[in-house]
Design a protein around this ligand. Structure first.
Ligand code: PLP
Length: 351
């Protein structure tokens, strides 16, 4: 029995997959109960009267190229949120298994785990060391029932990268016992190579990427899991058959042409320049007690009165994220870097 089969829910391993309508684009489709015409009132070229290609080949290949992995290591879903959910569903038996998260961190890991009925264990990041991983604590808290360990680098909401060697050590220590899921949703803002290049060497590593952040496609919903081909095959058994809507596929393919990738690099450079300007200006505001360095497209800041700052932002027509609910961040707000005009307006509201 492979380590993936041993780790996964036995009922998912045994599950007979749903047989979706065959994808044979060279033939005309009278097999999927679709309308033969484009929808009334819709764009006749959109193709949305047809079910889309399940796990679309062209997109998978483009993403494999973008992320530097083989196509059989790629699962594409509706945002990385979907991959998080699928991992919890495939590996955690309700009422028995657990996931481990490192707060303060992205909330969907524990929400997806709880929806699945899995226990959520925590190993908080070490605030005194700039929200670094606390490896000994993490490994100590990882029980035999822990199937997934979620690490977020750069971390949301703190903005920092986790040390690569620390993540590698955690993956090695948990080999065969748990999947270490490294969420790199914000990696493009950090100029750091992806851990995905080490997938071959660390079979229990899985990496989440998304087109929602630096690629500007949050509304399209397109995220990717990069992992051992056996993990990918298992998740393909449970992802809904037509997970990627046609408009999403079209938007993602357009965003991944060489020209769009080049233009995207310019947008990224502009965003990073704005991040630097905003960071510098925020550092000069007396009401901000602490600013954390950012390797992402947001800045975490501690205020003397976060409630008042939130309200002033709203009055200027700008919404920033209240981070006060996160453990240890009782006076913090998370500010997404906007356009130069938006950032200036926010600074003005807080001056
Ligand atoms: C760390 C992190 N991971 C994943 C996601 C979800 O991204 P997606 O839009 O790909 O579902 C977010 C969204 O904010 C995030 O902050």
């Amino acid at each position: 029995m492979s380590w993936v089969t041993a780790l996964a829910r036995p009922d998912i391993v045994a599950l007979k997959v749903y047989e979706h309508a065959a994808w044979r684009p060279q033939l005309e489709r009278l097999h999927a109960n679709e309308l033969p015409w484009s929808p009334a009132g819709g764009d006749p070229r959109s193709g949305v009267n047809r079910y889309p290609e399940p796990q679309p080949r062209a997109l998978i290949e483009r993403l494999a190229g973008l992320y530097g992995v083989a196509a059989d290591s790629v699962l594409v879903g509706r945002g990385s949120d979907e991959a998080i959910d699928l991992l919890c569903r495939a590996f955690c038996r309700a009422g028995q298994d657990a996931v481990l998260v490192c707060p303060p961190t992205f909330g969907m890991y524990s929400v997806s785990a709880r929806i699945q009925g899995a226990q959520v264990l925590t190993a908080p990041l070490c605030m005194e060391r700039g929200f670094a991983l606390d490896e000994p604590q993490l490994l100590e808290r990882c029980t035999r029932e822990t199937k997934l360990v979620f690490l977020c680098s750069p971390n949301n909401p703190t903005g920092n990268l986790l040390e690569e060697q620390a993540m590698v050590r955690v993956a090695r220590a948990l080999a065969g016992r748990a999947i270490v899921v490294v969420d790199e949703a914000y990696l493009e803002f950090a100029h750091r190579p992806s851990l995905a290049r080490r997938l071959g060497e660390l079979p229990n590593l899985a990496v989440l990427r998304t087109l929602s952040k630096a690629h500007g496609l949050a509304g399209a919903r397109c995220g990717t899991l990069l992992a051992d081909p056996e993990v990918i095959r298992l998740l393909r058994k449970i992802i809904p058959p037509y997970a990627i809507p046609k408009p999403t596929l079209d938007a993602a393919l357009s965003r991944l042409t060489p020209e769009a990738i080049a233009a995207g690099k310019e947008q990224l450079a502009a965003l990073l320049a704005e991040r630097a300007r905003l960071m510098k200006a925020l550092a000069g505001l007396p009401r901000i007690l602490r600013l954390w360095p950012s390797d992402s497209n947001f800045i975490l800041a501690e205020f003397d009165d976060a409630g008042a700052a939130l309200e002033q932002g709203c009055r200027a027509g700008l919404l920033v994220r209240d981070a006060r609910g996160y453990p240890g961040l009782g006076r913090a707000l998370r500010i997404t870097v906007g356009t130069a005009e938006q950032n200036s307006r926010l600074l003005e509201a807080w001056s």
